[in-house]
Design a protein around this ligand. Structure first.
Ligand SMILES: [Zn+2]
Length: 295
């Protein structure tokens, strides 16, 4: 009865307040998770341009994103250059390095990756990974052992950009079960640990789900003896949804579940699979997904 727990830290504010708060909540319960850090410039406010898309606007209203994320996050990088997270918030990142949590590479510039990594030249993509890798190693005092593409924006062509860093696994896509991606009959990058449970912001607004029902809705997708991987965000579960998340942790622990870092889910023998793209209810735009192989 295991749930792989992944924490994404996407922004300056998430690193400053959400990361320490989430880390403390997990440490108090003796839970080890996988933390994926963003350490370069915080330009997440550039997503504000998406506000002109009706689906995004609707989601903002439903989830109360202004109060949830804070208007500072929503505007960051739009009116002035975004702050470089690891330079300003070294104390918060170092604090994580002194624990037993798994440390992973999420992004240098989260916004840049999410918006167009699949369209950037390969050298530029590798440079983004390398800059984050080095800054995370320097700030935490530990070399990151895993990687997760921002916003699950990954294509088969990007998988091999992960090869030179020695990562034990990548968590670049959504779907069921750990697999070794194969591209043109060759293994590409490390094994993938896909995320299969919906995130907080994905359940909100679908089937009239409110903030009060969010974690029960997530929990209804968890399968006994099944594959369960959950992503939480420092900006959300370490912020406005922190109390609800802690309550969820306690309920699940009471029921006999244990939360583990994603690395613990990788078996010795990993089956092969393929990566494709698809859509997730409640999420804007395409994401990478494990292909359901038809045999
Ligand atoms: Zn992210």
């Amino acid at each position: 009865m295991k749930i792989g727990l992944r924490v994404d830290v996407d922004t300056y504010r998430g690193t400053r307040t959400g990361l320490p708060r989430l880390q403390d909540a997990l440490d108090r319960r003796g839970i080890c998770a996988s933390f994926f850090l963003t350490v370069g410039p915080d330009n997440m406010g550039r997503h504000l341009r998406r506000i002109f898309r009706p689906t995004f606007l609707l989601k903002m209203f439903r989830s109360g994103a202004g109060s949830l994320y804070g208007w500072d996050i929503l505007l960051r990088g739009t009116l002035w250059p975004g702050p470089v997270i690891h330079r300003r918030l070294a104390w918060s990142i170092r604090r994580l390095g002194d624990t037993g949590h798994e440390i992973g590479n999420h992004a240098w510039d989260h916004h840049l990756w999410q918006a167009k990594a699949h369209r950037l030249p390969r050298e530029r993509v590798i440079e983004q990974i390398e800059r984050a890798h080095e800054a995370i190693a320097l700030s935490t005092g530990r070399v990151p052992t895993c990687i997760a593409a921002p916003g699950w924006r990954c294509k088969e062509s990007l998988l091999s950009t992960r090869e030179q860093f020695g990562y034990a696994y990548a968590s670049d896509c959504r779907g069921e079960g750990v697999f070794q991606p194969v591209v043109e009959d060759q293994p590409a990058g490390p094994p993938q640990v896909p995320v299969n449970l919906p995130t907080w912001d994905e359940v909100i607004g679908v089937n009239k789900c409110t903030r009060l029902d969010a974690f029960p809705a997530i929990a209804s997708n968890i399968r006994r003896d099944g594959y369960n991987v959950l992503t939480v965000h420092a900006e959300c579960e370490g912020g406005a949804a922190a109390r609800d998340f802690e309550q969820f942790l306690d309920v699940m622990i009471d029921q006999g579940w244990s939360f583990v870092p994603l690395g613990e889910l990788v078996p010795d023998q990993v089956e092969s699979g393929h990566m494709t793209t698809g859509w997730i209810p409640g999420r804007d735009g395409w994401v990478a997904m494990r292909a359901v192989d038809v045999t």
